[in-house]
Design a protein around this ligand. Structure first.
Ligand code: AMP
Length: 209
């Protein structure tokens, strides 16, 4: 794919127990800013989200937060963002983040982070978008998930090409290199073995958006 201009970042509303998580989020934000890459994220000041935004702002980057109105007080909207977009629902939030980004990356986080990551990655598999999805593997945080993904491949529930399309990178420089070389996988229902992975697509095909 071409050069990366905006990356959607999914990450925790907590900071985690080890200082390495917050430090990595802040460095990641700053490194992207210094590389001229803007960030789209959940807009909060809390947890790794806040550290990420602080890092990117310190690096002079564009930081676009997208928050449902109901979370503005609870997740404490970050006051220094270059753009804060208020939406009505969680679905609108994800749609706005996806539309504004050329790639998705998950930093350490909890269930919310996984939910957002898996939507981006499964929509790539269905061909609803052709944007790379990556894990920023701070201190081996994502290793258990990658093991689970490998288990899905070995048990016949996930095509190996989809596992290969999921980038796992240690830092911003590696992300930029991996995204530059990334090619979208063949979509799920265009595969000869598609029938083994699930039901048939609708007669008129899956909507592209
Ligand atoms: P967590 O990783 O659980 O700390 O969640 C990180 C952030 O993801 C939360 O603070 C929410 O802002 C966001 N989030 C959680 N669930 C969803 C969802 N279903 N759709 C969009 N954003 C979500």
């Amino acid at each position: 794919m071409g050069s990366l201009q905006h990356v959607a970042v999914f990450t925790g509303s907590s900071v985690g127990h080890a200082p390495a998580y917050g430090d990595a989020a802040e460095s990641f934000g700053r490194d992207l800013a210094e590389a001229g890459v803007g960030i789209v994220f959940g807009g909060g000041r809390v947890g790794l989200m806040g550290r990420l935004a602080d890092g990117a702002l310190a690096g002079g980057g564009q930081v676009h937060g997208v928050m449902p109105r109901s979370l503005v007080d609870r997740e404490i909207a970050h006051k220094g963002l270059t753009k804060l977009q208020i939406v009505e629902t969680m679905h609108e939030r994800k749609a706005a983040m996806a539309a504004a980004a050329d790639a998705f990356v998950a930093l350490p986080g909890g269930a919310g982070t996984l939910e957002e990551l898996f939507e981006a990655w499964t929509w790539q598999q269905l061909g609803l978008h052709d944007k790379p999805v990556a894990l920023l593997d701070v201190d081996g945080f994502w290793k258990p998930l990658v093991r689970m993904v490998d288990h899905m491949v070995s048990t016949g529930f996930l095509a190996g090409s989809f596992r290969d399309a999921l980038l796992v990178v240690p830092d911003a420089a590696a992300l930029l290199a991996a995204v530059g070389a990334w090619q979208p996988p063949r979509h799920k229902w265009s595969r000869p073995e598609a029938g083994r992975l699930g039901p048939a697509p609708p007669a008129d095909g899956w909507p592209r958006r």
